[in-house]
Design a protein around this ligand. Structure first.
Ligand SMILES: *Cc1c(COP(=O)(O)O)cnc(C)c1O
Length: 429
């Protein structure tokens, strides 16, 4: 086993001054046991910790690093922008370029508001949908994560799910009572909800591919159904593309599945690794935001020049090569390899994937929603996680997180991953 002396010492110090030793819960490794490593630097598809251990990384800072870590064009753009000042609190040209870029790549988006995180973007999109429709109720799906705003922390995914409190303490029941939580991929519960509250539902918010409870894909026709039932009832359809945006296609999941939502939220890739978020959509809806309209939304650092240039460099490079085909090919290679490895080790695995996002559930049943995901074997996942880590492959430290492939993952790296998985599945899981 590789030494982690420096990481362990840092974690001990962190525990004394940061709750749980971290600034975001999943990082604490509690779902898998053990203690986290501290990163010294990351380049391409590899991360090096403070003890000098190197890992092949399938987290990619949870999505932004689609070109791999420390892409030279992003680093150069951030350095150049920093030389001109780090924040102005008054308009800068990069915000306009970013908004123009998003509207060009995502045709459903006519206007954009930039924020500092995906959480802020989703929180603001919900407020906007409520202000626009003058309705209070919202629909979300169990296992979907839309950041940690009060009304969205109900049956939430990601860390909330990993640590067994998908319904957070500190959210008054009076706030959460307007949030209707339904199962992903089902139709009847939605029909029943709209029948029970025909004029009260402001919006449906959905991850078009659910990537915060592992990963499950939308069943064919389900997203179309969401589009149709919201239109029928005068509710808005919000696609939370914080994870899927600019990853599953240049125009995100909505391009891949051919759906036009009313509003969308973004983050991760459009910040190139700096803090960012955005909401956007129909101009008539977006114009309800302050200063034009009555729905308040603001941010001292929103449209921050460093975040804008980093995100623009990410999007520029993504447009410059045949990257989406490459990501698809690497995803297919990983899928085929892991399925074969699980088969020959006789370990029941359901491997879900969409493009460069994937998840390995230890179950012999298909996974289409949160209940299915919860039936997977978490003890086996722990063993798999630690076996892979010891083999130098870093997967997300929770059975309820997706994995991410970047353009820096070559055929050889994926092959190495598959070989490691074959060994770990046979001997440790
Ligand atoms: C990451 C994520 C968020 C939250 O974004 P933060 O920048 O972490 O606040 C919201 N929705 C989805 C789908 C996400 O994956």
């Amino acid at each position: 086993m590789i030494a982690r002396t420096k990481s362990e010492a840092l974690f001990a110090r962190a525990l004394a001054c940061l709750p749980g030793g971290v600034n975001s819960p999943v990082r604490a490794f509690r779902a898998v046991g053990g203690t986290p490593f501290f990163v010294q630097q990351a380049r391409g598809c590899r991360i090096t910790d403070v003890d000098g251990n190197e890992y092949l990384d399938y987290v990619g800072t949870w999505g932004p690093a689609i070109l791999g870590h420390a892409h030279p064009k992003i680093i150069a753009a951030v350095k150049a922008a920093a030389g001109q000042g780090t924040s102005f609190g008054i308009p800068n040209p990069h915000e306009v370029l970013m908004a123009e870029r998003i509207t060009r790549l995502v045709p459903s988006v006519q206007k954009v508001r930039l924020t500092n995180s995906g959480t802020e973007a989703c929180m603001s999109a919900i407020r906007l949908a409520r202000g626009f429709t003058k309705r209070d109720k919202i629909i979300k799906f169990a296992g979907c994560y839309h950041g940690h705003a009060d009304s969205l922390l109900v049956k939430a995914g990601s860390g909330a799910l990993t640590f067994g409190h998908p319904d957070s303490a500190g959210v008054p029941a009076d706030f959460a009572k307007h949030t209707l939580v339904l199962p992903y991929n089902e139709i009847e519960p939605l029909q029943a909800a709209f029948a029970a509250h025909p004029r009260d539902i402001a919006c449906i918010i959905v991850e078009p591919v659910a990537g915060n409870a592992g990963l499950f894909n939308p069943k064919p026709g389900w997203l179309e159904f969401l589009r149709q039932i919201t239109a029928t009832h005068g509710a808005l359809l919000i696609f939370d593309e914080v994870m899927t945006g600019f990853r599953l296609a240049p125009g995100g999941a909505q391009e891949r599945f051919g759906i036009t939502p009313d509003l969308s939220t973004f983050g991760k890739i459009i910040g190139g690794g700096l803090p960012v978020g955005a909401l956007g959509g129909r101009a008539d809806v977006m114009d309800h935001l302050a200063p034009l309209g009555p729905v308040y939304q603001a941010g001292t650092l929103s449209g921050n020049p460093l975040a804008m240039v980093a995100g623009l460099a990410n999007l520029d490079e993504l447009a410059a090569g045949d990257y989406y085909a490459q990501l698809e090919a690497r995803g297919a290679q990983l899928e085929a390899g892991l399925r074969a490895a699980a088969g020959s080790a006789r370990v029941a695995v359901t491997f879900n994937r969409c493009g460069s996002m994937f998840c390995c559930y230890f179950t012999d049943q298909p996974v289409w929603n949160l209940d299915d995901a919860l039936r997977a074997d978490r003890e086996r996942f722990k063993k798999f996680f630690h076996g892979m880590l010891a083999a130098g492959v870093y997967l997300a430290p929770s059975p309820f997180e997706a994995g991410f492939i970047s353009t820096a993952h070559g055929e050889a790296e994926v092959e190495m991953t598959v070989k490691a998985a074959a060994r770990v599945l046979k001997t440790r899981v």
